[in-house]
Design a protein around this ligand. Structure first.
Ligand code: KMH
Ligand code: ZN
Length: 271
């Protein structure tokens, strides 16, 4: 089995300080959280940024500043979000890609998202894939529902994305594919040979999905973007606390943890 890649999704676009008082918001807070997650065992940070008032933004300047702070603090792989927040335009969402980060997300289809719709139509998929290609940014395919894998493979057929392919199954979003072991197994069967995958279980599904992925040879995403609790009724004290628990589970199951450089090699990211 490959070494375990842990992604820390520390910020997101939806969680508020009111709901999770330890949510990092400023570039310095996000950089400190990234360093702590790296020290705990994460090799990728999935990055959203916020304005000072906590509202989500895809501002190129804010990403630039935050990425600079993270780079001063740690060698973790930086994966910018191109999802942003529901309702943002494609142009708005794509801003951080021109900073040429090592990775960016590429959501592979439209999905209901609570009471909203997270829009990723065929035109957007191609435009996002092209933008990543032009700037030399490695994609992570975000898979909220099963049909999205076929959409990702179409981008591959069009040579808009190149292997090795890495998929992240975001399961348990209200409106998306539920977070069940059967669904994870089904999704893995749809992947092309040589692809890697991780699971981001939303809310109370984060921990069981992480344990399942460690067991099956997949990779894991945890963090406040997807889940703010350590256990039922108990808020997590930090993103790193959630990473630390995955590391303990992996150790018990004899699954070594990938460093950022090891993850770069596995994901085809030049160093
Ligand atoms: N905030 C969600 C609407 C991504 O980062 O690529 C989309 C999202 C996906 O978080
Ligand atoms: Zn995200």
């Amino acid at each position: 089995m490959d070494k375990l890649i842990i992604t820390a999704a520390m910020v997101g676009a939806e969680v508020t300080r009111e709901a999770q008082p330890n949510l990092p918001i400023t570039p310095d807070e996000i950089a400190q959280a990234a360093r702590e997650c790296r020290e705990a065992g994460a090799s990728i940070c999935h990055l959203h940024v916020r304005n000072d008032d906590g509202t989500p933004t895809q501002s190129r300047d804010r990403f630039q500043e935050t990425i600079a702070r993270i780079r001063e603090a740690t060698d973790i792989i930086i994966q910018v979000s191109t999802g942003g927040a529901v309702g943002m335009t494609p142009e708005e969402r794509l801003q951080p890609v021109s900073l040429r980060p090592e990775m960016a997300t590429l959501t592979c289809g439209t999905v209901n998202f609570g009471e909203d719709v997270f829009w990723n139509g065929p035109r957007e998929l191609k435009a996002f894939a092209k933008a990543l290609k032009v700037h030399g940014v490695r994609p992570e395919f975000e898979i909220f529902d099963a049909g999205m894998i076929a959409n990702a493979l179409q981008l591959a057929d069009m040579e808009l994305v190149e292997p090795p392919f890495h998929f992240d199954f975001v399961l348990g979003v209200p409106g998306g594919l539920p977070a069940t072991p059967k669904n994870v197994l089904y999704l893995t069967e749809l992947l092309p040979p040589g692809a890697t995958w991780s699971v981001a279980g939303v809310g109370r599904h984060q921990l069981p999905m992480a344990a399942l992925a460690v067991t099956l040879g997949g990779h894991v995403r945890v963090g406040f973007e997807d889940n703010i609790f350590y256990r039922k009724g108990e808020l997590a004290v930090s993103n790193a606390q959630l990473v630390e628990r995955v590391v303990r589970i992996a150790r018990e199951l004899d699954r070594p943890i990938a460093t950022p450089d090891e993850a770069r090699r596995m994901l085809g990211i030049p160093r």
